[in-house]
Design a binder for this molecule. Sequence first.
Ligand code: ZN
Length: 320
Amino acid sequence: MQGVTGLHHITAIAGPAQENLDFYAGVLGLRLVKKSVNQDDPGTYHLFYADAEGHPGTDLTFFPWSHLAPARQGHGLAVEVGLTVPPGALAYWEARLGQYGAKTTGKETRFGHQVLLLTDPHGLELALVENAGALKRTFAPWDGSPVPVEKQIRGLEGARLWERDLSLTASFVTNVIGFRHIATEKGWHRYGVDGGGSGQFIDIREAPDARRGAWGVGSVHHIAWRVDDDKHQQAVRARVEEDGRRPTPVIDRFWFRSVYFLEPGGVLFELATDGPGFAVDEDPEHLGESLVLPPWLEPQRATIEAALPPLQHRVVEPVR
Ligand code: ZN
């Protein structure tokens, strides 16, 4: 069975767009590789942060929906996004986050890896994870980052989910989209593809007594998994459909093609193709600098731009 090959991107819900940009580009040092709008809600930005070239697996994206209530933590929701840093980089990150007033919430060891926990300005839980596997990943350093290349975030590490019934999601990911159980530690069950290395796993905690989680500011919206190309996507989509999920038709997002469905526990998953990539409609030197719209929204560009809050790429100063 050809399953998915790893994380493609994770999309979350943020508060005000400028604060989101200041944190992810100005403090975490990621590159804004695409500034677009939510294709279903063009009054809202869709901001994509990644490595310098926007490689699949490095991309964390946001819908700044400040009008929503805060997320309600609970089952059927991804509750944390892991980001990979090189071995030995956490001391740098702990000091940097302190200087910028970011909210760190603890340190721990998970499955043998050192982890620094933090919360973004709008409540999204993040984990910076030292993983030697980071050094083997496809990664283009970003020269414009305030973070030195050797400390830069290398991509998505993994995600953590709460589920009401572990067995339903476990059975789906293993039998339908190509995962296997890797290990269990402190109540977290790790499922991964290709050995479950950096960028290739989810951790699931069974939370039968929790209430149903709900999207809101600071929550993950969906998790997108990599497929090589259209043919691979069709093959995985067909298995998802046979399993009784209801995958959407293929939707062209221009930088990749997407299929969405709910896994049995209620977390929104996506299958996203590796190509064509973020340079398909912008000069790679100038990714993210101007607003990119899908062709059908181009005639409304003036109205859309006027309704969006202005967004400035600016240097963020330390607070102490
Ligand atoms: Zn997506």
